[in-house]
Design a protein around this ligand. Sequence first.
Ligand code: 13P
Length: 253
Amino acid sequence: MRSKIIAGNWKMYTTPTEGDKLADELVASLKNMDLGNKKVIIIPPFLHIRSIASKFQGIADVSAGAQNCHQETEGAFTGEISAKMIKDAGAEYVIIGHSERRQYNHEDNELLYNKVRAVLDQGLTPIYCCGETLVQRENGIYFETVSSQISEGLFGLMPDMIGKVILAYEPVWAIGTGKTASPEQAQEIHAFLRNLLAGQYGKEIADNMIILYGGSVKPANAAELFGMKDIDGGLVGGAALKASDFIAIIQAA
Ligand code: 13P
């Protein structure tokens, strides 16, 4: 049985001081919670990782992640952060290919494949994002869009590696807009992604892949979304910045 994962992507919100405070609030609730087969991942800005990861040490099934990394291990790349550094700071997951990075930093599938490799090389888990824009949805090309994001960004991986990746479907039109994909719309794409994986790597690997949904997940809609057959949890943005909302979403899973 696949476990449920609730990941909170803090994006470029919170100073280190505010991040510590939010993490302390989360620790206070999470340390008394029985997570069962759920896992919780907190993904703050790079600067906060070391401090926040140490706060979660000792709380089972709660860990830290990063929002991006460079594709090389080290080098003269001013301003960049490598997966090796992220690992040493205490994080276990790295988001790769978030739509905001695809859009604002022009990251394409080929580059993202190299980033996924860099993350896996460090023994960390990539959370690889895909999702269509509003125009792509309205033009009816959303299957093609996610299909090329997945095949170009991931299908170079050997079967023993793809199983270490977490997928996240985040329709761009639902991110930060308050407009959530309906559970049926999300399920349709999640099932499509699982089928795509089965075609490339076989049914067993596809059945074991964790596929998260992201895009305006809130306490009020989480249970319905997470109740769908192929939705294995959420990648939460805005609602992850308020401890009570994030905890409510975890409880809904
Ligand atoms: P929101 O939950 O704010 O829509 O953001 C989703 C997201 O981009 C998570 O990575």
